[in-house]
Design a protein around this ligand. Sequence first.
Ligand code: CTP
Ligand code: CA
Length: 222
Amino acid sequence: LIAFFQPKTLAGRRVLLTAGPTSETIDPVRVLTNRSSGRMGYALARAAAEAGAAVTLVSGPVALPCPDGVERIAVRSAADMHAAVMARAGGADLFIAVAAVADWGIANPSSLKLKKQPGGQPPQLEFVQNPDILAEVAALPGGPWCVGFAAETDHLAEHAQAKRARKGIPAIVGNLAQESMDAEDAELVIFDETGAHPLARQPKLHAARALVAWIAGHLPPR
Ligand code: CTP
Ligand code: CA
């Protein structure tokens, strides 16, 4: 019922989000992944839908139900997430990248299960750098307004602002990895060209609603 009474600040807007981890195949039974429950991204998808947006959520593997009124596209690898996002980004007004995308995929995945070698000789994995989905969407001519996330262990403002500049995006949401990981609450700081805008420490859904309100106030009119 509370959802029904949220202000419809994103009415008529099309919002694309990524959430969760990605999963990179080593062999048919083993993957390389990032730590992410997906809860912040799912809370944001829900908050955007409550605010009246048409929401598409491109999600890595998580154990969460799809929020009401949200279209979910399930993906596994960063390459799959990249393809799913690039196919939809042109039609979006707003892109929010919350996913913890694996920075490296496995260059030499095995189609057969790798077997342990006697003597403890581990397999030699080779890595390939994955595409930066957010930077690519930000570079699209006429593309959506972009908001990134940055989970850092230290020097939050410096790292977040450097990342915002490098990716060419108007806003990035910073949080401390050691505090946000597996936590019920979120303590977010929005960084834009004017500086830092801290949000109160609060449950992730409340933080998501506050962030949506901030974004709605900054999103350029159509
Ligand atoms: N991101 C993305 N595609 C990637 C890597 C990151 O879309 N291949 C997005 C994330 O969803 C997040 C933002 O970029 O919104 C920042 O991600 P982060 O991992 O903090 O930044 P990186 O540029 O990968 O830098 P590093 O991991 O070295 O700190
Ligand atoms: Ca990264």
